[in-house]
Write a protein that binds this ligand. Structure first.
Ligand SMILES: Cc1cc2nc3c(=O)[nH]c(=O)nc-3n(C[C@H](O)[C@H](O)[C@H](O)COP(=O)(O)O)c2cc1C
Length: 362
């Protein structure tokens, strides 16, 4: 009997299998408002059999978008556009989830296919905020703007924006909420010593650098229903000397667990240009990070990174490395990967085929 296709229940939410769509920026929103693209992109992966569909990094404020095309949850128009998309995802038997975040000093960027560097203010860019005023990169051949170091007032306002976005996420129909604490964006940039050199109570030792994340989680958890799961994506290793190690993130996961976080999504990298890639040479190693955090922090984990093969995914779950696998690029290549995996593993695919199609699929 396949473990990958055994349902998972966290709080009052049951996922039909252990396969999730990893959050993926689509750069296709208008002023943060989802479009038909999102209905097709997310909807087709729900039809394809995933148990959880996590929508892309969705900004809690306009200045928290990575690019002008990124999604948002800072106003009611954005909520209205998401309601039918999430209804469809749930009608297809998947759980609708969303990753909310703030891009910090990596905001105000061009779309990847336009180079990904910062946008000048007169080219649609905006001012950024971050733990310090150091820019992300100093490569003089491209534009890298310096952010403004956040004041305590900024910190409180951002935390409130996370709360407001979480409340909107609920109205929009999401049942799984993930806080983006990875890839060099705002919350990760507070935790990693590669970026955070503050000398106040939001910097210094690991507990000080974790304060921004932990206060944000406290505020969100108090406003996200107790019976719905809350996850956090961490860069479980910075992959660079002087950066965060998996041990630092085991500690962070333990702190998050104490605060009512249900599951840790274990990604990596992204803090600085040297540790730049969140998809890079170490991506495949992230499964091991998920296993270590699960074991040592005694919290459920999601493994992500270079999972493309059904038997590999089955082994990750069966061997107890993670409670769920997330796939990104493979689900872009093949939205029906879960159905194909069920066939390969001889698992029951009927529950993954809504309407009468399960009859034919077996
Ligand atoms: C097009 C694209 C967009 C992505 N956008 C996000 C994002 O919004 N948030 C995030 O945490 N990771 C993002 N990622 C990273 C993926 O979620 C995932 O962690 C990474 O691609 C490794 O998984 P894979 O090997 O299955 O592709 C993105 C990846 C891709 C390919």
């Amino acid at each position: 009997m396949s473990k990958l296709f055994t349902p998972l229940t966290i709080k009052d939410v049951t996922f039909r299998n252990r396969i999730g769509v990893s959050p993926m920026c689509q750069y296709s929103s208008n002023d943060g408002v989802a479009t038909d693209w999102h209905m097709v992109h997310l909807g087709s992966r729900a039809v394809g059999g995933a148990g959880l569909v996590i929508a892309e990094a969705t900004a809690v404020r306009a200045d928290g978008r990575i690019t002008p095309g990124c999604a948002g949850l800072w106003n009611e128009d954005q909520v209205e556009a998401l309601i039918p998309i999430n209804r469809f995802i749930e009608d297809m038997g998947a759980v609708a989830g969303v990753q909310i975040g703030h891009a910090g000093r990596k905001a105000s960027a061009a779309r990847p296919w336009d180079g990904g560097a910062h946008l000048a203010d007169d080219a649609g860019g905006w001012h950024m905020i971050a733990p310090t005023d150091q820019p992300f990169d100093d490569d003089s051949t491209r534009l890298w703007k310096a952010p403004r170091a956040m004041t305590h007032d900024d910190i409180k306002k951002i935390q409130q924006s996370f709360v407001d976005a979480a409340k909107r996420a609920l109205v929009a129909g999401y049942r799984f909420l993930e806080i983006h604490g990875a890839h060099g964006y705002l919350l990760h940039s507070f935790f990693t010593p590669l970026v955070n050199t503050r000398t106040d109570e939001y910097g210094g030792d690991a507990r000080g650098r974790a304060r921004m994340m932990l206060e944000t989680i406290d505020a969100v958890r108090a406003n996200w229903p107790e019976n719905l799961p809350l996850g956090v994506r961490l860069s479980a290793a910075d992959w660079i000397d002087g950066g965060l190690t998996v041990e630092d993130n085991i500690q962070m996961a333990a702190w998050l667990k104490e605060r009512g976080v249900d599951i840790i999504d274990c990604s990596g990298g992204g803090a600085t240009p040297a540790a730049r890639a969140s998809i890079g040479s170490r991506t495949a190693d992230q499964v091991n990070l998920a296993a270590q955090i699960r074991k040592d922090a005694e919290i459920a984990t999601m493994a992500v990174g270079c999972i493309t093969d059904a038997k590999h995914a089955e082994a990750v779950i069966a061997e107890g490395q993670a409670d769920m696998v997330l796939l990104a690029r493979q689900l872009l290549r093949d939205p029906y990967w879960p159905v194909h995996a069920a066939q390969e593993l001889e698992a029951d695919a009927k529950s993954m085929m809504p309407i009468q199609n399960g009859f034919f699929v077996g």
